[in-house]
Design a protein around this ligand. Sequence first.
Ligand SMILES: C[S@@+](CC[C@H](N)C(=O)[O-])C[C@H]1O[C@@H](n2cnc3c(N)ncnc32)[C@H](O)[C@@H]1O
Length: 274
Amino acid sequence: MTSDIKSMQLYPRPERILDDLRARGLGDGPLPLDVLSQLDQLHYHGTDALDVAIAECRIGLGDQVLEVGSGWGGCARHIAHRTSAHVTAIELQEDYDRVARELTARAGLDACLTHVNADFLQVDLPESGFDHVVSWLALFHIPDRASYLGRISRTLKPGGHFFAEDLYLIASPPEEEREDFRRHLFPNSLVPLPDYESTLKDAGFSDATLTDMTDDWTAFTAARLAAFRENRSGYEAIHGPGGYEVIHTFYEKMAGYFARGLVGGVRFRATLDG
Ligand SMILES: C[S@@+](CC[C@H](N)C(=O)[O-])C[C@H]1O[C@@H](n2cnc3c(N)ncnc32)[C@H](O)[C@@H]1O
């Protein structure tokens, strides 16, 4: 699975964040979290989106939080820093996990985070071990929705919170585009919104409140693409023309999927029955 996910142009070369930090004079040594968190968020609206989860789930001192699909670890570090909760960050890709560990150590947050390099479908999880399970833009990648939802409900304490931002399917791309869509999005659990809600109920989350983020994320991805093009020379000065092309392809594909009405966005908070 790890080699396939790399076909999505967000994922080659996670070390590029170290190049961005070096360009800001932070080539080694301690990292201020306010600088780091401008670079390490692989979802929409950066730490503002995380603060919604912290408030809605009332994540606090000493809570055990599990993040599914943690990328560079930016969400996990922000939550741990803001709340003094302990965050276990599970990431599939070995190279992202390795860079995430380095960033966490340099941010001085080692004691508040546990990084785990594993496929969420395979990793050992404690029964009723977590107060909250959170995830940003990772669930649609994971095959077998019923299976990963079952794992989440088993590892949550009764009454625990499940908060996520995710993609859903509005319309399948035309037949001739399906292979390209698969390569550039790596969608393994992309379901229509009504199925999204019913499968949450089946997994023991009967009170899920879903917010449709599609209009917001359509505007966000279009603005992100325009700003990236505007800053082409600045980005190429750090990452070279090849680095620009990779991320440009990713930003262009995502903006297109939203603008063309193929994918939508959803945010929800749900409480485990019991
Ligand atoms: C778009 S990134 C978001 C990362 C992070 N949540 C953030 O917002 O900054 C999604 C992440 O989910 C990870 N992922 C995908 N499938 C996974 C799986 N089966 N188990 C664990 N992580 C997975 C990917 O490798 C990727 O790093």
